[in-house]
Every structure is written in structure tokens, then in C-alpha cells.
Design a protein around this ligand. Structure first.
Ligand code: 4AD
Length: 456
């Protein structure tokens, strides 16, 4: 179907005075005696293109909102540097009808309502902007890592180990409800893989395998968490960016995270000015200034121990009490980034008891070389660490947690055969989109959100 993308038409004056064809969905339609105005959007741009129809003697059948049409007409310069298309009724071909029960007849629907029509919400300005920002951020992330010698690795989604060991894994099985097995062991033996399997919560462990060969790698794929967390920032299926770096200590991991984020946000601001202005105007006043400010300064840094002291001295009434050894809750994370530091802040060196087995143990015997990045509005968007590279220390940490070492023989071998200091982090892609768009609910930054109790 030979036509020109509206994004290309709007971007330059090159089509002015030419006869061109556009396709798209009708956003608005106004009809007067001799002339009609139809706003068309084909998804390639946040902006619509206006078709001005000289009705003349031709029979004009007014297109309804939501219909898909094809228009051939002359491109002309409109007001405020816009481009319009002049057409006559015969130039408008209706590709797909749209009855009046189309849910997006009117503008200004709530996000909650739009969530109930995930298959149509992409045709609203908000979701047009979100999906494009998502795409641009994904490309910027690939570009950053590719240009810094990282190799893109696809790690398995079905796994036999539970990376974080937190029991939040979705089970993968081909055996449905059944009473045929004497016990659990027999059931798993008869299942597809002959052992218990699940959807991976993180590609990190396999990412480490690749980094121990390629030096610097990153993954960018879905991770699955069967957490019962019905919050605005938890998904059961989220997209996870996980770089892993050989010959690196915690400080190198932090430097990479900060540099990467600054690069991708710069790229977003440069590539998506219309979308970012839209979010600034409709979702978070001052968003662009906040992001410009973020990328022009160093992020904050504080140890967990210092952070606990700051929280205790704050005089704030938190729902979850604060004491050394506690996990930081979103309210604590947001207080630190929004009230104390007023910017993105790395919190490091957490108590080993609340972190994963693979994190490098610090000489104090109490903490590990872990890092979380907290940002205003969202809380944690990155979690990472230097990894324990010492074979015996790693085994001791796993035994303390009563882990089945057999399941981790590959991982342990990495510490046996040429072990190196290394580390990495995981960035929640949807949380980055929330932070950079001002969208407050993670359900609004992914096409089909999967959350506890809800799948469509
Ligand atoms: O802190 P997490 O659990 O760390 C890991 O999975 C490590 N294996 C990462 C690594 O070192 N390679 O998760 C990392 C990030 C979080 O900071 C958060 O942004 C995101 O993943 N995340 C979620 N995003 C949406 N919904 C969820 N349920 C998420 N759980 C984690």
C-alpha cells in the first residue's frame, strides 16, 4: 500500500506542493457546509495530520472517529509550520469502518479506563507517546552497551535454578492436575525436563557465564516474578537489562550504571522532544528540567548504614519501622532520593542477611558489596553487586542458606577456572520508563501488563 508515514511528512517541508497518500485512523472530524476537516493519525507520530476536504459537488460521507482511511491529496503548508493535505471527497477511501461504540470516541479518558482496553489504548496520545519512548529507550540501551564493547547475550527463560533464591519463581510444567504420583520427586521426574523447572527471575547467573568468556555482556529480555506484590511498580513479567562486567569491582559497576543512564536519558530527550513535552505538560510538570538536571550532575552515594542513620534521624513517621538490618521499603527509598538527596542516589553495602548469596562479602563480615539505585518518584530502579569470586566463600554463603549446590555446579566452576573480580546490575526497564515519562503506574508502560490476579 504505497503511502507516506505521517512522521516523515511532518518532519520536513519536502512534500509541500506534492500529491501524496497517507493512511491512518480518524482522530477527529469536523464538517461544515463547503469544507470538512479530518485529523488523521497513523501511529508514526504523536502529531496528527489535518486533511482539509473541499466538498464541492462531490458526495461527502463524513468519516467517523476510529475509522481507518486512505487519503490522496496535495500537501500544503498550514499554520505554525504544519503541513496539511488538501483533498476532495473522492480522494478519501475508507479502509475499515468503525461503529459508534468505539470506546475512544472522546478524548480525556482516565488511565484506569484505558487499562481496560489494552488492545485499543495505543491509539490515544498518551500511549502513542509511551510506546515510542519505550522503543527509543530500548535502542539507546543497546547502542550504549554495543559502543562500550558489551556483547548482547540471550539467556534462557526456562531455568532449573532459582537465581535470587527467594522462592518467587513461576513453575513450568506440562503435567496438569493429577493424583498419579506418589510424591513430589516422582512428579518432577515425570515432568517435561525430568526435574523442577521455572521461568527465570533474572538472567544474571547465565550472564556471568557469558561474561567469564566475553568480558563484558548484557542481556535485555523478560524476567518473571511470582511475587504477590500488587503495587504500582511490580509486574509479574517485566523487561530486564542486565550487564555483567569481568575485571570489575563495585565502583566500576556503579560508574557503568550512572554513565549508561545519563547516555540513554540524553538520547531520549534529543530523540523524543514532542513526547517529552507531552509528558511534561500532562503527567509531570518540570519533567524535562528534572531529567536535564539529573544528567548534568553526579548521582548521590550513601552506604546502607549511613542511610539507616539518616532515616532514623529524619523524624519522619514511616509505616515500616527503620532499624539496621531491615529491608528498605519504597517509602524509605523515596524519602532518601526525594527529601534527603533530591536526586538519584546509589545505596551500597547492605547487610548480607537481606541480600543474595552471590554478592561479594565485605571484610566487616556483616555487609556485602551490593548496590541499589533509588530515584525520586519511583524508588529502586537498579539492583546490582560485585559478585563473590572466591570459591570457598561462595560455597559457605550457599551452605548457610541451605542451597542445593548441585544445581549451581556451572556457576561454581566459574570460581574454579580462572575466577576474576566481576559484577553487574539489573535495570527494570519499565521502571526506567516510569521515571523518564512521569507515568505513575507500571501497568501503563507495557503493552499487556501481567500482575497478580490479572492476565489478558
Ligand atoms: O534487584 P533485582 O531483584 O536484582 C536482580 O534480579 C539481579 N539478578 C540483577 C543483577 O545484578 N544482574 O532486580 C533488578 C531490577 C530492580 O531494581 C527493578 O528495577 C526491577 O529489576 N524489578 C522489577 N521491575 C518490575 N516488576 C518487578 N516485579 C520487578 N522486580 C525487579
Amino acid at each position: 500500500m504505497k503511502h507516506i508515514d505521517i512522521a516523515d511528512i511532518i518532519r520536513s517541508q519536502e512534500y509541500v506542493d506534492q500529491t501524496i497518500t497517507v493512511c491512518g485512523w480518524v482522530r477527529t472530524s469536523r464538517n461544515s457546509k463547503s469544507v470538512a476537516f479530518v485529523e488523521v493519525n497513523d501511529g508514526t507520530s504523536l502529531k496528527n495530520i489535518q486533511v482539509v476536504v473541499e466538498k464541492g459537488d462531490g458526495e461527502y460521507k463524513e468519516p467517523r472517529v476510529g475509522m481507518s482511511i486512505k487519503v490522496t491529496g496535495k500537501a500544503v503548508a498550514g499554520r505554525n509550520n504544519t503541513i496539511e493535505i488538501n483533498a476532495v471527497p473522492q480522494d478519501i477511501e475508507i479502509l475499515g469502518d468503525c461503529p459508534t461504540d468505539y470506546p475512544l470516541q472522546k478524548k480525556g479518558h482516565s488511565l484506569e479506563f484505558l487499562r481496560s482496553i489494552p488492545h485499543l489504548r495505543g491509539r490515544s496520545n498518551t500511549f502513542n507517546a509511551v510506546w515510542r519512548v519505550r522503543s527509543v529507550l530500548a535502542e539507546a540501551i543497546h547502542k550504549y552497551f554495543q559502543s562500550h564493547n558489551f556483547v548482547y547475550i540471550n539467556t534462557p527463560l526456562i531455568t532449573g535454578s532459582d537465581c535470587e533464591g527467594a522462592g518467587e519463581m513461576f513453575q513450568v510444567t506440562t503435567i496438569g492436575y493429577s493424583n498419579d504420583y506418589k510424591n513430589e520427586a516422582e512428579y518432577y521426574e515425570n515432568d517435561f525436563f525430568g526435574k523442577r523447572a521455572g521461568l527465570s527471575v533474572s538472567g544474571q547467573l547465565e550472564g556471568e557465564v557469558a561474561a567469564m568468556a566475553m568480558g563484558k555482556i548484557y542481556t535485555f529480555g523478560p524476567s518473571f516474578r511470582a511475587e504477590n506484590s500488587n503495587t504500582p511498580k511490580h509486574l509479574a513479567e517485566f523487561w530486564h537489562v542486565e550487564p555483567e562486567i569481568a575485571f570489575a569491582e563495585l565502583d566500576d559497576v556503579i560508574t557503568t550504571a550512572e554513565d549508561m543512564l545519563k547516555h540513554v536519558i540524553r538520547e531520549l530527550l534529543d530523540t523524543c522532544p514532542d513526547e517529552m513535552q507531552f509528558f511534561d505538560a500532562h503527567f509531570e510538570k518540570g519533567l524535562i528540567a528534572r531529567l536535564e538536571e539529573l544528567i548534568s550532575h553526579d548521582f548521590g552515594r550513601v552506604t546502607y548504614t549511613e542511610a539507616i542513620k539518616l532515616l532514623k534521624e529524619s523524624g519522619e513517621e514511616f509505616v515500616y519501622p527503620v532499624d539496621w538490618g531491615c529491608d528498605l521499603q519504597t517509602e524509605h527509598e523515596r524519602y532518601l532520593s526525594e527529601k534527603v538527596f533530591k536526586k538519584a542516589v546509589f545505596v551500597t553495602d547492605y547487610p548480607k542477611k537481606i541480600k543474595s548469596f552471590y554478592m561479594k562479602q565485605n571484610p566487616d563480615g556483616k555487609t556485602v558489596a551490593a548496590v541499589d539505585l533509588l530515584v525520586p518518584g519511583v524508588g529502586e530502579i537498579i539492583g546490582g553487586s560485585e559478585r563473590e569470586a572466591d570459591y570457598n566463600k561462595l560455597i559457605a554463603a550457599m551452605e548457610e542458606r541451605k542451597m542445593n549446590l548441585e544445581l549451581y555446579s556451572d556457576y561454581l566452576d566459574l570460581r574454579k577456572f580462572g575466577s576474576v573480580p566481576h559484577g553487574g546490575f539489573g535495570l527494570g526497564f519499565e521502571r526506567l520508563i516510569m521515571y523518564t515519562t512521569g507515568m505513575a503506574n507500571i501497568r501503563d508502560v507495557i503493552l499487556y501488563p501481567r500482575t497478580v490476579g490479572s492476565i489478558r
